[in-house]
Structure formats: structure tokens, C-alpha cells
Design a protein. Sequence first.
Length: 255
Amino acid sequence: MSGRVTVTADGAVATLLLDRPDKHNALTLEMLAELDAILTRLDADRTIHVVVVAAAGSRSFCAGADVRQFKALAPLDMWATWTRVGLRVFEHVARLRQPTVAAIHGSAYGGGLELALACDLRVLSAEATLGLSEVGLGTVPGWGGTGRLPAAIGTARAKELIFTGTPLDAARAAEWGLVNRVVPAADVKPVAVALAGQIAGRAPIAVQMAKQAIDSGGAYPFMEPLASVATAYTDDAGEGFAAFQDKRTPSFSGS
């Protein structure tokens, strides 16, 4: 492992940290491989209920792909490595069993914004800027931006951002529904962790099945009834109903 992506756990909340602040946390192939391996471990860990995705330093959440690593690649190598690997890893983020919360400070451009878009929820610094600036380099978003950005803010707005490469400030990101919270820079990670903790206090199986039903898109009429029936027979459902009747806080076990 390179040490450029780390993970720590505090109770049921894990924090995944991009740790390359001297390079604006730009992603290398080695970091993507490390991220993928960590996600595999987290997905299998029943004690982890929510994952926060954060970054080291104060300047940038993530500057996207490390341009110096891919600019010399031939087209076929670019497709076989950067594009396919990045897409697969970010899809792993999106399909992680646990909900994910991105803690975005500073700037998030290109693959950095695409990583944030792969997360379920986003907490943004009031000073932050976001953007998909690939057209300025003569290329297009390659790690899910053309799919996830329109899903988040609508097709016309996504086209404007991608076609012009113009950065989006925090106020407009909130207005357009791209982020869940806008807070002062110093509060980004604490607010993200607090939000994760609030989710972690809910019945984890129910939360995870709700995520799957929501992400199923048009299949929700089939997914939702199945998820409802399945969760109704968990121990957590019994605890939830009992706590409601007893007027106390439930203690969920994840079973």
C-alpha cells in the first residue's frame, strides 16, 4: 500500500482519507487500487454502518486524476487503465453497501467531483468550488461525470457545467441540489462525521436496503416491497417497534 489512502474507524463510522495534500490529493493508479481494496474490506465489515470520504490538507478535496501520470499514455492504454479502472472504482464507491458522505473542502475538480458524486451525501465548504473542467484539456469527464452529474442537478445544468468547464461555487451548488450541507471550512469534516453518526444510529439493514431501493431507479416498485418485507422480519425491526411502544431510544444490532 502506498499510504496515500487511509481508513480509520470510530465506532460504526469509518473515515476514508485521501492523503496526498502536497499534490492536491490528485489520484494516481496506485491510489485507485488502494481505494478499491479498502472499499472491499469495508463492504465486508458488518461493524461499519457509514463511510465518510474526506481528504487531507486545507487546499483541495481532490484535483482529480494526476495528469502527469496519464498524459503520456497511448489512447488504448488510456482506455484500458485510467478510464476503465477509475469508472470501476467509483462504481464501487457508489454501490458500497453502506451509505457514504463526502466531506468536501477546497476545490473538487474533474475526478475529484466525480468521486464526490459517487457518494450518497455531500457536505461542502462555503469557500469550495466544484467543476468538471475536462473540456479545457481537450477531453471529457471519464469517471462517471456525464451520468451522475445530470442525475444530481438535471441535464441542462450538467451540460452547462461540462460544456463550459465553469466552476460552480458553494451557493449555487446548494441551490441546484448538488450538496446536502454548506458549512464553514473548519466544520466540513465534523458536520460530515456527525451526519454519518446520525445515520449510523438507525437500523443498518433498513438503511442499506433503503439505499438499494433508491438506487434501483425505475425498479423501485419491485425493490421497495421486497425491502419492506425483508426488513420487517429483522431483529432490528422488533427492537424498533418495542422501543417506540416503550418510548425509548432503540438499540439496533444490525441483525
